[in-house]
Design a protein around this ligand. Structure first.
Ligand code: PGA
Length: 254
């Protein structure tokens, strides 16, 4: 098994405009010193990326990402952000296929796949989010759903691109509910995602892709979740909005 550096990622969702993003970074940086043994990524709303990047100018180790992109580079797509635009605003990473994109905005597996391809083509590091709903889990469809989401999203990804790919396993029933998956549940799902990656890429490439857990991660459960087998970090929503709580989750890695 490859030695994968833990990733602690914060998904702010539709919270924090430019001024709040700046304040957050100013408060976070003294709490989270630059560390070689873990990665810290922040995903502000698109409109706050430039401000976040500028506020973290002295901290290139803190990576800034965009929460969603369109698959085209430019065009008549009112309200959308393209991968090259996100890059030029200072994003180095992108979340693709977050459950809110899939379930609130009706994003399809096919669209998710096109966004993965567009993100990689523009030089963004792609964090592909996958996860089952409670109904799917109860119906015993966990493996089928995850396999389908992984396969559809990575259909055009070349093995050489895997160094720019991370997967986030986020069970829909755990997102924003306060009910996290147990470390054992997470380990089981991550092992299956790893198996899906092995079927898609060769074993060596697949073993190097970080698989993050997301869904009600808090300072008090982050350490146990990150210690679970095949859990290479966390994608944090609500608890990433407060610098102290997020810094405690960063400290829980490793
Ligand atoms: P949560 O969100 O930590 O608030 O559950 C996680 C996510 O949606 O990425």
């Amino acid at each position: 098994m490859a030695n994968i550096k833990p990733v602690i990622a914060g998904n702010w969702k539709m919270h924090k405009g430019p001024a709040e993003a700046r304040t957050f970074i100013e408060q976070l940086t003294p709490l989270v010193p630059a560390m070689d043994d873990r990665h810290v990524w922040l995903f502000p709303p698109a409109i706050s990326i430039s401000a976040a990047r500028a506020a973290a100018a002295a901290r290139p180790d803190l990576r800034i990402g965009v929460q969603n992109i369109h698959w085209e580079s430019a065009g008549a797509f009112t309200g959308e952000t393209s991968a090259p635009m996100a890059r030029s605003a200072g994003a180095s990473h992108v979340l693709v296929g977050h459950s809110e994109r899939r379930h609130v905005f009706g994003e399809t597996d096919d669209q998710t796949g096109r966004k993965v391809t567009a993100g990689l083509a523009s030089g963004l590091h792609v964090v592909l989010c996958v996860g089952e709903t409670l109904d799917q889990r109860k119906a015993g469809e966990l493996e089928t759903v995850l396999a389908r989401q992984v396969e559809a999203a990575l259909v055009e990804v070349e093995p050489e691109a895997v160094s720019s790919l991370t997967i986030a396993y986020e069970p829909v029933w755990a997102i924003g509910t306060g009910v996290n998956a147990t470390p054992k549940d997470a380990a089981g799902a991550h092992a299956w995602v790893r198996e899906c990656l092995r079927r898609r890429f060769d074993g060596d490439a697949a073993s190097r892709i970080p698989i993050l857990y997301g869904g009600s991660v808090k300072p008090d459960n982050a350490g146990d979740l990150m210690a679970a087998s095949d859990v290479n970090g966390v994608l944090v929503g609500g608890a990433s909005l407060d610098p102290t709580s997020f810094s405690r989750i960063v400290a829980a890695a490793g």
